[in-house]
Design a binder for this molecule. Structure first.
Ligand SMILES: Cc1cc2nc3c(=O)[nH]c(=O)nc-3n(C[C@H](O)[C@H](O)[C@H](O)COP(=O)(O)O)c2cc1C
Length: 367
């Protein structure tokens, strides 16, 4: 059995395997999470929520907490400008019945950081301690923090951040192997992650230590595990258009779907999209980015991408895909000739709609 296909215990929560889908603002909604869960993701998260928006009872923020009945295990993530606000939000999220609650201390988006949230924590170590301590008092659910190596390369503080979240009694932590100032063109720093994980290992054997950054294949997940000592990996960009990555990592061998398998999943995603958002134009617009990501790796897919990028309803998207399917052999294996896989330097924001996806789920973030 592959290492990643073993269950893991986070406090009182048993997670069926060690491959998690990250909270992804604008992406990890109900339809996408369902697809990732079906293809094996052991733990998935709602998009990052704002503690301030929660305190205002913001309608959209509460809508983002939606959970499909098939979602047996579901996490949520929150960030906020003060320890008290985050702890209040954690208490609210606890009542909503989430299985695990994460505090985001790594989001690099300027508006978020400017409001004292996300990566701003990395410059304010005392607030890291206060926030986790107060949040710990607000929930019995498994509590975690997700953070980066530091604010800049010159200010790496991953060991201190790890020590602080552990002292304040998190049950799990995730380290993204970049600093706030580094973009995706800087490769994930596995040694940096290892330094934080070592602090965790020395602290307690019951802690769950998660590695994150550049996980685009089983091969890399295994490299991350061997070089950092992490207990689990969290997949982010690697799942965009490729939810089969969960199956690949769990089974411990490279996997690309045939066109037939691919079409089945894409069509299912569209059904879940319709079930969740309805048949309206917004539903189709929200699906566009996924369709653009999905259609990489098959012959002549550029022209189909151009049309999918303009779809205004889901029925039209289905028609375009079925028409395209007439020209591709169902046994064709994705990425076997044309089409490039998403590279680790790829920044998905170019396929996302700034006004709709916002990229951060950030009501209440304005400073
Ligand atoms: C579209 C998008 C949305 C993201 N939203 C969140 C988020 O809400 N919370 C979070 O902790 N990280 C978020 N991230 C960061 C990822 O979880 C992850 O830490 C980062 O992309 C590094 O992993 P990767 O190199 O495997 O993509 C987001 C990343 C992307 C691309």
């Amino acid at each position: 059995m592959s290492f990643f296909n073993q269950p893991i215990q986070v406090k009182n929560l048993t997670i069926k395997n060690r491959v998690f889908l990250a909270p992804l603002a604008g992406v990890s909604d109900v339809p996408f999470r369902r697809i990732c869960q079906e293809l094996g993701a052991g733990l998935t998260y709602v998009e990052m929520l704002s503690a301030v928006a929660i305190s205002y009872n913001n309608k959209r923020t509460f809508e983002m907490m939606a959970r499909h009945k098939s979602e047996n295990v579901l996490g949520v993530q929150v960030t906020g400008p003060t320890a008290a606000q985050v702890a209040h939000a954690v208490a609210v999220l606890d009542k909503q019945g989430f299985d695990t609650i994460d505090i985001n201390m790594g989001c690099p988006v300027r508006k978020v950081v400017g409001a004292g949230c996300g990566s701003a924590f990395l410059k304010d170590p005392e607030r890291i301690s206060d926030t986790v301590m107060q949040s710990r008092a607000a929930t019995q659910a498994p509590l975690s923090a997700k953070f980066r190596l530091g604010y800049t390369r010159e200010n790496i503080n991953v060991e201190e951040t790890t020590q602080r979240v552990l002292a304040a009694q998190v049950d799990m932590f995730t380290i993204h192997g970049r600093t706030r100032s580094e973009s995706y063109s800087t490769p994930c720093d596995l040694l940096g992650i290892q330094k934080g994980i070592e602090v965790g290992t020395n602290h307690s054997s019951r802690l769950v230590k998660v590695g994150n950054g550049d996980v685009f294949s089983y091969e890399y997940a295994e490299k991350m595990r061997l070089e950092t000592g992490c207990d689990a990996v969290m997949v982010s960009r690697g799942a965009l258009g490729n939810p089969w990555i969960f199956k690949e990592i769990i089974e411990g061998k490279s996997f690309n779907p045939t066109f037939e398998e691919w079409l089945d999943v894409v069509m299912r995603h569209l059904s879940y999209q319709e079930e969740h958002y309805g048949k309206n134009k917004l539903s189709a617009i929200l699906a566009r980015k996924h369709l653009l990501w999905y259609t990489k790796g098959f012959p002549s897919s550029k022209s189909v991408r151009d049309t999918l990028n303009r779809v205004e309803d889901l029925a039209q998207a289905r028609e375009i895909l079925l028409e395209y399917a007439k020209n591709v052999a169902k046994e064709y294996v994705r990425y076997t000739s044309s089409g490039s896989e998403l590279s680790s330097q790829y920044d998905p924001k170019f396929e996302m709609d700034r006004t709709l996806d916002r990229g951060v789920g950030d009501e209440g973030m304005e400073s």
